[in-house]
Design a protein. Structure first.
Length: 532
C-alpha cells in the first residue's frame, strides 16, 4: 500500500526496494504525529509536541560511521578520520537491510539540503520510525507540495534502527552502522534510534560535495543584522559551545543554527529547522527556543516529564545531558524567510574551554583564524557522544571533524581564501569555564558572552584597547562596557595564579602537539601564528 504525495515515476519500487508493508510518502506534520502515536513511538506533549526517548543511544556514534572505499573517492577521503568500508561489505549490508525491511511499514520524506537552489541536493529519507520522518522533515528543507510530483533524489538515506549490522560480514565496527556510499548515492543507518544521525549524514554528504564547487561547508550557525543581510555573522563550534543559543539573538535575523555554506554569493543554510539542546533551558535567557518546546510537532528528545501534566523538567539530566528539541526554522519569530545572507562580516569561532584558561573573547588575525580553525579546540560536553559524561578537552579540526570526509586543509584553505577575499573580522569566543577548570570554576556568564558578541558584531569592540595574550598571542580587550573587567583577564579570576600558569602551559603544549600534523600542509604565515 502506498499513501501520500510522490512522483509516480520515483517510488521505492522504482529504486528496487520492494516487498515492504505500507509505504507513507511525504506525510505532513499532523499525520506523522498521529502515526507515531499509533505506533507507540512516543507521547503527545503540551501544545502538541511529541515526546520521545531514543533508547541506549542518546548521542551520535562517530566511531561507527564508515565511507565506502571505491576508486572514485579513494584519493579524496581523509581516511585517518573516516573508517573505510569495502564495497562488498556495503553491498551485503544493503541486501541484508532490505531483507530485514520486508513486510514492515516505512515512511518517506523527499527533502532538500541547501537554501541555494543552484547548490542544493535532493535527498530521499526512508525511515522505519514515523517520528524520525517528522524530525527530518523539520531539519531539512521542505519543497513545495507541487514539486513532489516530479521530485527525483540525488541521494537516498535509509534509517532502520531495528536492523543490527554484522561487523564480520558488513565490514564495519559494531552492530551500529552509518555507511556512506558516494558511488551508489546512498547512506545506510542501522542499530541506533538517535535522530541526529539523520541530519549529520546529510551534512557529511554536503561537506564532501561542495568543496569541488568552491563552496565552504561550515559547521556553524549564522545570523545577520535585521534588514541588512550584508551584515552577516557565522558562529563555528561543536555541540554545546553555544551555536544555537548565541545565533538566536532577538536583535538579529536568524539564518540557521548548525550547518551552512559560504559560496561566491554569500551564506546559505543547509537546513530548514533547528536541533537545540534543552538542558537548563531558561525562558528568560532563551525565550524563542523555550517557546518551541510547547509548539505543535516539535520533537522533544530524551527529556524527563511529568506523566500526568506532561510538563518538561529542563534540569533533570537522568536520561542524558544531551536532551534536545527539533523544530522548523519558522518557529523562531526572527528567522530569515530565505535562509540566505551576505558574505560573513564577522567569523566567530566558539570554544568551550574546560581548562578555564582562554579569555571570553579574542581578536584573531587571518593566520591565527586558520590556525584555530584547523585546531578546533573545545570540550566535548556530556551526552553529545556516547560515553561522554563530563566535559572532555579535545581538538576537532574545522570545529566538526566527525562530519568532514575530506582532509582538514581543504576546508582550511577555502576559509582562508574567503576571509581574505571578503575581509571578515575573526574572533575566538570561549563559552567554557572561568575562575578555574571544570569542577572548580564556573561557566562563562551568558550575559557577558552576549555583551561581547554584540560589541564585536556592531563594530564597537574594534575601538577597545587590546592587550597581547602572552600564552596564545592573540589580542584580548582590556575593558568592554557591561562586562566585568576581571573576566577579560582569566588569570585574575583564579585564586591560585601559579595554578593558572601551569594550566595555561599545559594547554599551550596540547595545541602545539596537535598542530604538528598540519605543518606540512600550511603556509608560512600560519606556521608563524602557531602556539608553543
Amino acid at each position: 500500500m502506498t499513501t501520500g504525495r510522490v512522483n509516480p515515476k520515483f517510488t521505492l519500487e522504482d529504486q528496487g526496494i520492494t516487498g515492504l508493508g505500507a509505504v507513507y510518502y511525504n506525510l505532513m506534520e499532523p499525520a506523522l504525529v498521529e502515526a507515531a502515536l499509533k505506533n507507540g513511538e512516543g507521547t503527545l506533549g503540551q501544545g502538541g509536541t511529541f515526546l520521545v526517548t531514543t533508547g541506549k543511544f542518546t548521542g551520535r556514534s562517530p566511531k561507527d560511521k564508515h565511507v565506502v572505499k571505491t576508486p572514485n573517492v579513494a584519493d579524496s577521503i581523509w581516511w585517518e578520520n573516516n573508517a573505510e568500508m569495502s564495497p562488498e561489505g556495503f553491498d551485503a549490508l544493503y541486501e541484508d537491510m532490505i531483507a530485514h525491511m520486508k513486510g514492515r511499514d516505512y515512511y518517506v520524506q523527499d527533502l532538500v539540503g541547501g537554501a541555494d537552489p543552484e547548490l542544493a541536493i535532493n535527498v530521499r529519507m526512508v525511515t522505519e520510525l514515523a517520528w524520525h520522518n517528522l524530525f527530518i522533515r523539520h531539519l531539512l528543507r521542505r519543497p513545495e507540495r507541487a514539486a513532489l510530483d516530479s521530485f527525483m533524489a540525488d541521494f537516498t538515506v535509509i534509517n532502520c534502527p531495528s536492523f543490527q549490522a554484522d561487523p564480520a560480514k558488513h565490514s564495519c565496527r559494531s552492530e551500529t552502522v552509518i555507511a556512506m556510499n558516494f558511488d551508489r548515492k546512498m547512506i545506510l543507518i542501522g542499530g541506533t534510534e538517535y535522530a541526529g544521525e539523520n541530519k549529520k549524514s546529510v551534512f557529511s554528504l554536503l561537506n564532501y560535495l561542495l568543496p569541488e564547487k568552491g563552496v565552504m561547508p561550515m559547521h556553524c550557525s549564522a545570523n545577520h543584522a535585521t534588514g541588512n543581510p550584508v551584515d552577516t555573522a557565522v558562529f563555528f563550534g561543536l555541540s554545546g559551545t553555544g551555536k544555537t543559543t548565541l545565533s538566536a539573538d532577538p536583535a538579529r535575523t536568524l539564518i540557521g543554527d548548525d550547518e551552512h555554506g559560504w559560496s561566491d554569493k554569500g551564506t546559505f543554510n543547509f537546513e530548514g529547522g533547528c536541533y537545540a539542546k534543552t538542558i537548563n533551558l531558561n525562558p528568560e535567557a532563551e525565550p524563542e527556543i523555550y517557546a518551541t518546546t510547547q509548539k505543535f510537532g516539535t520533537v522533544i528528545e530524551n527529556m524527563v516529564f511529568d506523566e500526568e501534566t506532561k510538563e518538561l523538567d529542563f534540569d533533570d539530566d537522568s536520561l542524558t545531558a544531551n536532551m534536545r528539541c527539533a523544530y522548523p526554522l519558522e518557529y523562531i519569530s526572527n528567522a530569515s524567510d530565505t535562509a540566505v545572507g551576505g558574505h560573513p562580516k564577522n567569523v566567530i569561532m566558539l570554544t568551550c574551554d574546560a581548562f578555564g584558561v582562554l579569555p571570553p573573547i579574542a581578536r584573531l588575525t587571518p593566520a591565527q583564524a586558520m590556525y584555530h580553525f584547523l585546531s578546533g579546540f573545545t570540550s566535548k560536553v556530556a551526552g553529545t557522544e556516547r560515553g561522554i559524561t563530563e566535559p572532555e578537552p579535545t581538538f576537532s579540526t574545522c570545529f566538526g571533524a566527525p562530519f568532514m570526509p575530506r582532509r582538514p586543509e581543504v576546508y582550511g584553505n577555502l576559509l582562508r581564501d574567503k576571509i581574505a577575499k571578503h575581509g571578515a573580522t575573526c574572533w575566538l569566543v570561549n563559552t567554557g569555564w572561568t575562575g578555574g577548570a571544570y569542577g572548580t570554576g564556573s561557566r562563562m556568564p551568558i550575559k557577558a558572552t552576549r555583551a561581547l558578541l554584540t560589541a564585536a558584531l556592531d563594530g564597537s569592540l574594534n575601538d577597545a584597547t587590546f592587550r597581547k595574550d602572552e600564552n596564545f598571542g592573540f589580542d584580548v580587550p582590556v575593558t568592554v562596557q557591561g562586562v566585568d573587567t576581571a573576566l577579560l583577564d582569566p588569570r585574575s579570576t583564579w585564586g591560585d595564579r601559579a595554578a593558572y600558569d601551569a594550566q595555561a602551559q599545559k594547554l599551550v603544549e596540547m595545541f602545539s602537539a596537535n598542530f604538528e600534523q598540519y605543518l606540512p600542509y600550511i603556509d608560512e604565515d600560519v606556521k608563524a601564528a602557531a602556539i608553543g
